[in-house]
Design a protein around this ligand. Structure first.
Ligand code: NAP
Length: 294
């Protein structure tokens, strides 16, 4: 966080897991955490791309395969884990892709961005000693709530509606995870972050050619901040003083860019009943439950 005055801790001797660490914000997050001493595990769906990214990160790294759109892969990743995780960074994501499904039949954006991370977090939680940081987006506020009666959007899929719902789910997950951690007396913190608008590969997979062209061709060049700047809220959420279930984001340009701090969230993202309901739905869908006891 070179451009901001906050002090970063020395993470030597700790391990961080970063999902989607081969590109964009995940790569910059991995780089920043390795720079301050963490051993960083790049959890990626393509190990070759992961190794190429790791080669560009000075510090201790390891590449492991994780496909969040396939629960068997999530289970294999978690099942192969041993040792403490100081930081679990739920970063990977897809945005506004054409209608599709995960290997387990879930709507692809909800399945990847939310359900995959839900399962991963709960399966790894007994190893986590520090924080779980989950990436959301300002676009969480583009939807008014989770469509509990049609979470796969069978009756009206639009790519941005699905993205907004998945990013709202990321914040509700953060809230309910924190509530459960507090209830059992766990010292682990559940927090969230968003990057504002950062130029990454995210905008290049969208369903609409018009949006793709506008975002990658014009928006990314003129308005977006760099991926390294976009990763600062994640690093902030991972290392700075954060309230339980706090949400970090850029403080400038209406939350689109600039130095990180605490961010605004919609009232739908503070709905504790929706957070519990989403948790129950996610348990049913994934077959994974909160593992800690008081
Ligand atoms: N960039 C922005 O302006 C912005 C704004 C708000 C929120 N965000 C959030 O920031 C996070 C990171 O996105 P980014 O901007 O860095 O985009 P990105 O450059 O496209 O990176 C996304 C990462 O997620 C990985 N991924 C996608 N599907 C996966 C799966 N099924 N299993 C495992 N990994 C998977 C990608 O792997 P591959 O390389 O194999 O595809 C890639 O490493 C996302 O959660 C996104 O919603 C970004």
């Amino acid at each position: 966080m070179n451009s901001t005055p906050v002090a970063l801790p020395d993470l030597t001797g700790t391990t961080a897991v970063v999902t989607g660490a081969n590109s964009g914000l995940g790569l910059e997050t991995a780089r920043a955490l390795a720079r301050i001493g963490a051993r960083v595990v790049l959890a990626v769906r393509d190990e070759d791309r992961g190794r190429a990214a790791a080669a560009d990160i000075p510090g201790e790294t390891e590449v492991r395969r994780l496909d969040l759109a396939d629960l068997s892969s999530v289970r294999a990743f978690a099942g192969g884990w041993s040792g403490d995780i100081h930081l679990l960074i739920n970063n990977a994501g897809i945005m506004a892709v054409p209608r599709s499904r995960t290997a387990d039949g879930f709507e692809l954006q909800f399945g990847t961005n939310h359900l995959g991370h839900f399962a991963l977090t709960n399966l790894l939680l007994e190893h986590v000693t520090g924080r779980v940081v989950t990436l959301s987006s300002g676009l969480h506020a583009s939807v008014r709530g989770i469509r509990f009666d049609d979470v796969d959007l069978e009756r009206g899929y639009t790519p941005y509606r699905a993205y907004g719902q998945s990013k709202l789910a990321n914040l509700l997950f953060t809230l309910e995870l924190q509530r459960r951690l507090t209830e059992v007396g766990s010292p682990v913190l559940s927090v969230a972050a968003h990057p504002g608008y950062a130029a990454t590969n995210l905008q290049s997979h969208g369903a609409s050619a018009v949006f793709r062209t506008l975002l990658t061709g014009i928006g990314n060049r003129l308005f977006a901040q760099s991926a390294a700047a976009g990763a600062l809220p994640t690093i902030y959420a991972a290392t700075q003083d954060m309230p339980p279930a706090g949400f970090a984001g850029p403080r400038g340009a209406g939350g689109m860019r600039g130095a990180p701090g605490l961010s605004w969230r919609s009232s739908a993202a503070e709905d504790e009943d929706a957070a519990r309901r989403l948790w129950e739905l996610s348990e049913e869908r994934t077959g994974v439950s909160f593992p800690l006891k008081g």
